[in-house]
Ligand binder design. Structure first.
Ligand code: CAA
Length: 255
């Protein structure tokens, strides 16, 4: 299996499992990963998804270069769109997706991590958009999501130099929110997941939606959408329970 899912305690750990090729993504990996994400999103027993790579060396070392070598323009467009579909499935998931980056996250691998809602890295992680070295540009969202996360100047520098950065630099520029030893990476991702799981699932989904929509709209439009979504929650049992539990000095019981 090129993609493996392990479910426990409402957390799905999805592992890209092609370590011999540093988890590089060919058509089969893309298709299996898209399916695994879709299944986890639809699974009512799952509240948070953790995405990682098999082995100690790579999260995902990019799109499969050997596959790309055979593309004409149409093939490249199809491959780019498949990557976009996968990245959108991750980004638009109402359940938070945490990238646990355990080594190389290069090219398409970095782009898949960029689509996740949270990124944490092991101390051996390496990030980069090296596509220009291949005479390419990032094709799975890197030109759009990287500037939105780290700012236009740093994104442009990373993309046009194609240079790699280590985990500490990734932390410094806000690309990841934690750097931890490799051995405790999944444990750390699960710790974040358990904090999230205490909260209301509707509120989490609505928050992710608003954060996603914040890019590409004016402040006024965003605030208008936010107040609507804020008000909508007052028609849910979840919000009533959350507010009631605080007043009654007890933990909320969210379903
Ligand atoms: N595609 C296909 N195979 C890959 C790969 C990739 N992106 N990355 C690594 N591999 C394969 C290697 O070909 C090698 O396979 P063989 O043993 O069959 O030769 C195996 O994984 C191990 O890799 P290395 O021997 O190269 O390992 P290393 O430790 O010496 O180097 C590395 C590691 C620096 C990550 C190096 O493998 C590398 O530079 N990989 C390519 C990274 C890259 O350019 N990624 C971007 C791809 S383009 C893209 O993703 C486009 C897009 O935006 C969608």
């Amino acid at each position: 299996m090129l993609v493996q899912t392990d479910k426990k305690d409402k957390i799905a750990v999805i592992t890209v499992n092609r370590p011999d090729a540093l988890n590089a993504m060919n058509f089969d990996v893309i298709s299996e990963l898209t399916r695994a994400i879709t299944l986890a999103v639809a699974d009512s027993d799952i509240g948070v998804i953790v995405l990682t790579g098999a082995g100690k060396k790579a999260f995902v070392a990019g799109a499969d270069i050997k596959v790309m070598q055979k593309f004409d323009k149409e093939g490249a467009k199809e491959f780019g769109k498949l990557g976009h579909t996968l990245a959108s499935a991750i980004e638009n998931s109402p359940k938070p997706v945490i990238a646990a980056v355990n080594g190389f996250a290069l090219g398409g691998g970095c782009e898949i991590a960029l689509a996740c809602h949270i990124r944490i890295a092991s101390d051996n992680a390496v990030f980069g958009q090296p596509e220009v070295k291949l005479g390419l540009i990032p094709g799975w969202g890197g030109t759009q999501r990287l500037p939105r996360i780290v700012g236009k100047g740093i994104a442009a520098e990373l993309i046009i130099t194609g240079r790699n950065i280590d985990a500490e630099d990734a932390y410094r520029i806000g690309l990841v929110s934690q750097v931890v030893p490799l051995d405790s990476l999944i444990h750390s991702a699960k710790k974040i997941a358990h904090l999230i799981l205490k909260n209301g699932p509707n509120a989490i989904a609505s928050s992710l939606d608003q954060v996603n929509l914040s890019a590409g709209s004016s402040l006024e439009e965003g605030l208008e959408r936010e107040v609507q979504a804020f008000a909508d929650l007052f028609e849910t049992d979840e919000t009533r329970e959350g507010l009631k539990a605080f007043v009654e000095k007890r933990p909320p019981e969210f379903r």
